[in-house]
Design a protein around this ligand. Structure first.
Ligand SMILES: Nc1ncnc2c1ncn2[C@@H]1O[C@H](COP(=O)(O)OP(=O)(O)O)[C@@H](O)[C@H]1O
Ligand SMILES: CC(C)(COP(=O)(O)O)[C@@H](O)C(=O)NCCC(=O)O
Ligand SMILES: [K+]
Length: 257
């Protein structure tokens, strides 16, 4: 079976693919200090608790945090007896090479998202991922990633307000009852929620202006359904987009090795 690991700046998601479907998906806070042995203990207990008997033989990793890759490599070598495929490394082939400025390193999560979305929808896409940062990835008609937008993430924006202003508390993102907040928390929630609706709609509008063909918008990340309540901008919301892209890139490398 294949272990697919999507490491973001906040959380790392582990998913087990049995060749037809994901039989388990688990999430752990990203921490570059976590060792291979710690990952394995955590994974083993979840497998046991879920009464899953699996033999992991292959591993694919996408990581926006370069430092965690070392321990994930050790995990693969020591416990699964395999060399992991790491997206973004030269030995990992991509179905479509990105077309960006020379010398630029595209976030591996963006390469994976665009591969997954192109497979499902074809070309001319904007993929929006609500992670630590909110990324907009533009996919050309032939499937190539051709650039995009990086905006501060939703939680990051709320945390920045709290960190910079003495009188502003820590607030979780939620849909405010009304735009005019009548207390501090409601004002902050309104600012971030409606600000974000405007941000997403505005960026999509500007990107579309620069392209000749109509473009579909595919959204992923835990917060996408929250915003979808108040905008029509998303054509599709896909929670499993990154994992789908990882399986796809893994299969592509097996076929073309
Ligand atoms: N369904 C959700 N509701 C509220 N917050 C969420 C949800 N899903 C993710 N988040 C928050 O959004 C932020 C980014 O999450 P995540 O997608 O794990 O980021 P990354 O991929 O960058 O690690 C985190 O602070 C996380 O707690
Ligand atoms: C933009 C990102 C920080 C998003 O990371 P995430 O929110 O998924 O943790 C990541 O894709 C990244 O580090 N990118 C490198 C720069 C680029 O993609 O152009
Ligand atoms: K991500």
């Amino acid at each position: 079976m294949l272990l697919a690991i999507d490491c973001g700046n906040t959380n790392t998601v582990f998913a087990i693919w049995d060749g037809a479907r994901f039989i388990a998906t688990w999430r752990i806070a990203t921490d570059h200090k976590r060792t291979a042995d710690e990952y394995f203990v955590w994974l083993s207990s979840l497998l046991l608790l879920n009464r899953l008997e699996v033999k992991i033989e292959e591993v694919i990793i996408s990581s926006t945090v370069p430092r965690v890759v070392f321990n994930l490599r050790v995990l693969s070598n020591r416990y699964f007896d395999c060399r992991p495929l790491v997206v973004g490394k030269p030995e990992c082939l991509l179905p479509h090479a990105p077309r960006v400025d020379q010398g630029t390193t595209v976030g591996p999560d963006r390469l994976v998202n665009t591969a997954g979305a192109f497979d499902r929808h074809g070309g001319d896409l904007i993929v929006v991922d609500f992670g630590t940062a909110t990324t907009f990835d533009v996919v050309d008609h032939d499937g190539a990633y051709i650039g995009g937008v990086i905006a501060p993430g939703v939680n990051l924006s709320l945390e920045a307000l709290h960190a910079a202003a003495a009188a502003l508390p820590h607030v979780d993102v939620s849909r405010p009852a009304q735009a005019i907040g009548t207390n501090t928390v409601a004002c902050m929630q309104s600012g971030v929620y409606w600000g974000y609706i405007g941000l997403v709609e505005g960026i999509v509008r500007e990107v579309r202006k620069e392209r000749e063909r109509p473009m579909k918008v595919i959204a992923t990340g835990g917060l996408a359904p929250l915003f979808a309540q108040d905008t029509e901008v998303f054509d599709s919301i896909e929670d499993d987009l990154t994992m789908h892209g990882l399986v796809l890139i893994h299969d592509y490398n097996k076929e073309n090795a």
